[in-house]
Structure formats: C-alpha cells, structure tokens
Design a protein. Structure first.
Length: 170
C-alpha cells in the first residue's frame, strides 16, 4: 500500500475541492449523478451530513495534496453494513491511488467500525473500477439491468460486496 496515502474527515474547508469534482461530468457520470450543484447546495448538504451518524466522509490525501474523496453511506449499525463510495480528482486519476484508497476505507470499515459488510454499485462498462474492487476482495452479488443512465444511454450495473471475514482471511 502507498504509505503516503491517508484520509482525514471532510471539513468545511474542503467544499471548494468537492465543488470542483461534483461539477465535473467525467466524475459525476460514474457517481450516477448529474454534474450540477451550487456551492450553496453543497454547503447545505455538508451541514446536514454533519448531523448524521449514518455517513462517514473523508478527504483523500497523497502526502499533503488533496487527491480525492472516500465515504461510507447508509451505515446501519444494527445490521452492520454500509455502502462505499470513492471519487478521485481527474487530475490524479491513473496514478494507482484508487486501490489503496479503497483498502484504506475497507480497513477503516472493518477495523474501526466493525462492520460486517460493505457494498457498492458500479456500471459494467467501468472495467477499471471493477478490476480494482475485485483485487481488494469485492465480489459481484447481483446485477441490475439498464439501471444507470450514463453518457447518453442506460447501462447494466453490478452490486458488489465484501464481507469482513472474507477480507480478513485473504
């Protein structure tokens, strides 16, 4: 793992960085969201998420440089699961950060939060992401037909998951 990669909680000072990514269609297409937001909407969403125990949001750093975002959504402590999300700044893509960033969050999820299961959605044409998730230990759990509208057409998606015991035993 890249030892210069680390995370810290998402803070108000990160809103400009997040705004840059949240308004980039190349990023947001793979987040299955419209690349449209305003700074005011982003601030409001940030404030609302500060009150939620069901989410953990982090800024990803390489040394002292912000390179992305990782998060857990829909954390359910009773059933011990969450959804994983990652966003790498387009200027930093292709540098091998995604796998290590995913491992950082998997470690956090299983070793700090003691979650039992992580899941994510990924469109089937995003082969690079699927390859990274599989290297980390995620497996396809199901398939959604024509589920996400990306780049002008509907795409099939995989629901992938990773269980704590499988990750620990790899």
């Amino acid at each position: 793992m890249n030892n210069n990669l680390h995370i810290r909680p998402y803070e108000k000072e990160d809103l400009e960085f997040m705004y840059k990514m949240r308004t980039n269609s190349d990023v947001m297409d793979y987040w299955f969201a419209e690349p449209y937001t305003t700074m005011e909407k982003l601030k409001k969403a940030y404030e609302e998420l500060q009150e939620s125990e069901a989410n953990r949001q982090f800024i990803l750093y390489h040394s002292d440089e912000k390179i992305g975002y990782v998060g857990l959504y829909g954390i359910n402590l009773r059933h011990s699961f969450a959804k994983f999300a990652i966003m790498i700044d387009p200027e930093q893509q292709g540098n091998g950060y995604a796998e290590d960033a995913t491992r950082l969050m998997v470690d956090y999820s299983f070793n700090q939060l003691n979650l039992h299961k992580l899941s994510l959605d990924v469109i089937k044409v995003n082969e690079k992401a699927i390859h990274i998730y599989e290297k980390v230990g995620f497996h396809v759990e199901g398939e959604q037909k024509k589920h996400y509208f990306v780049n002008g057409s509907y795409h099939d998606a995989y629901m992938m998951s990773l269980f704590q015991e499988d990750y620990v035993n790899q």
